[in-house]
Ligand binder design. Structure first.
Ligand SMILES: C[S@@+](CC[C@H](N)C(=O)[O-])C[C@H]1O[C@@H](n2cnc3c(N)ncnc32)[C@H](O)[C@@H]1O
Length: 261
């Protein structure tokens, strides 16, 4: 694969800013970026990645839809988690499809942004219910560190409670030394019949470029998700994605992968 990225990271203040925060302090760096706002939150595209919408519409045979029946035949909504949800738009999208959707952010300011975004979107009639028969799911924004359990206790959900987990720009946001922990944690949180959706980005960034985002090859996802035992059950090039998922030749380099036990 050739490294052809010229977009997104070249003028971003984020890598330089986060370089001041070493090792475990990196989450504080993200929180400080959010507290500054404006150009310091330059990754935010103001809309969910269209590849997620297409996945939810086109991959029902693998995802199984947002509703499930228990042994008594009662209908339940599946739970979808977005770790490092940023301004929360993917969470709103998942709820519009009928999932009870949870967004997790380390930054208090980001959580405030998510809540304000939800209020604004509802007032504008955005993210309305996709299918009246299915209805809309609930939206919950939580503050916490993906790697610890405090936020899980706060909502009364144990590990292994999420039917869908969506990862976009979270894997690449973490220092690469955290990737083994990232894989273990995804596996811990995923329900036995759950599905993990990864929007793999940025695959085409020159690995020598300063992150985040850190270059994320499909091989990296395989390495860190297969180690805890997850299997890749689907993998494709999305038809639509954010502009920074295209290389300099205008070819989409992002991929979507779906993982399960
Ligand atoms: C590059 S941003 C991506 C945000 C969003 N997923 C998007 O696509 O716009 C990464 C986000 O992860 C959050 N984050 C980083 N480390 C985290 C952690 N350990 N726990 C929870 N959130 C974290 C940051 O605050 C930041 O908002």
């Amino acid at each position: 694969m050739t490294a052809t990225t010229t977009t997104a990271t070249t003028t971003s203040v984020v890598p330089q800013f986060l370089a001041q925060y070493r090792k475990d302090a990196y989450v504080k760096g993200w929180a400080d970026l959010w507290d500054r706002g404006g150009d310091y939150v330059d990754w935010d595209k103001g809309c969910p990645n269209p590849a997620l919408e297409d996945t939810l519409l086109q991959q029902r045979s693998i995802l199984g839809g947002p509703l499930t029946l228990d042994e008594q035949g009662r209908r339940h909504r599946k739970k979808a988690l977005v770790p490092g949800c940023g301004s929360g738009l993917d969470v709103l999208l998942l709820a519009s499809f009928g999932y009870d959707a949870y967004g997790l952010e380390y930054s208090h300011s980001a959580v405030q942004t998510c809540k304000a975004q939800e209020t604004r979107s509802r007032a504008r009639g955005e993210y309305s219910v996709r299918d009246e028969e299915v209805g809309g799911g609930s939206v919950t924004f939580m503050q916490g560190d993906f790697f610890d359990d405090e936020w899980l206790e706060g909502i009364g959900l144990g590990r292994g409670g999420y039917d869908v987990i969506y990862d976009h720009s979270f894997f690449c946001a973490l220092d690469p030394s955290l990737r083994p922990q990232w894989g273990q944690r995804k596996a811990q949180l995923l329900a036995p019949t759950g599905r993990l959706i990864c929007l793999e980005f940025p695959r085409h960034q020159d690995p020598s470029e300063m992150g985040p985002p850190y270059t994320a090859l499909s091989e990296d996802y395989i390495e860190h998700l297969s180690r805890p035992g997850l299997k890749r059950v689907a993998y494709w090039r999305p038809e639509r994605t954010h502009a920074n998922g295209f290389d300099a030749q205008g070819v989409i380099q992002d991929r979507v992968s779906i993982w399960c036990w």
